[in-house]
Design a protein. Sequence first.
Length: 315
Amino acid sequence: VKAFISAILGYDPNSKNTDGGVLGVVKAYYGCVEAQGRGSLHCHLLVWVEGGLNPNELKDRVLNDEEFKARLIAFLEDTISTCIPDDIPDPPSILSSQFHPCSVRGVPTNLTDEQREPALQKDFHNLVKSCQVHAHTKTCYKYCRDGEPKFCRFDLDESNTRTESVVDPETGEIALKYSNGLVNSYNDSILQALRCNMDIKFIGSGASAKAILYYITDYITKTQLKAHVAYAALETAIRKLESADVPNDDVSLRAKKVLQKCAFSMISQQELSAQQVCSYLMDLEDHFTSHSFRTLYWSQVEKYIDGIDPSPECY
């Protein structure tokens, strides 16, 4: 992840890199590492690009400045892809045609200049087909009720295509063109460098952008009880309950059993994959940030604000 941030995003904490990376000049980032259902680790990353406007400014410029709108859409269409690249009929032999593209490093280095271009095109086609094309599973319909029409909760469907990018005249929301409704949005350079599934989105203005911003912020800042923390808390509790100062009567025994049952039940619900365990044992980071932050106890802030200006409708 650090190599990706440094080499591909081009983030420079000293602000000396004026060329930037594949997304432009990155001013800040924040991401967290999480394990998916199968156990593999993945990173959710928010990236702030230099020159980015706040939602209100962006909405005003998009709706009232045609030149700015055209430049912004051109940048987004160049950065975010939703199509399957054309296949090559008779390409040179490449490993991604024989094995899964994620398990190989791309095209051979010994190809001639004439062979290299079609080999790269074929490899990119294989990569997108294998990593970015969505296939519906039961997970897609987990929130659909029996008897009601089924819809993919990821909003991916063959019918979700758009020939050109459009702007909502009311909200200023940008809906980029979508060449294939089953393709997860990707960046060409990032996909070819990382060679794994990715999903990239632009967070601008409009209701959808606000929803995405809230979802991602809530997602990357949520707390997760780590196993070693739970076991440490259990050990401390048991030691205190077994100390000589605690009376050994029926009430105390019942309290011990209840505490132990609660602790064991809590720990048994923790999903830890082998990758997570290895990550914790190797003391690898579970989040990445360009800036340092102070802890904000939001409940205290809410209590203070509510004391000054009570809001009964919020409770």
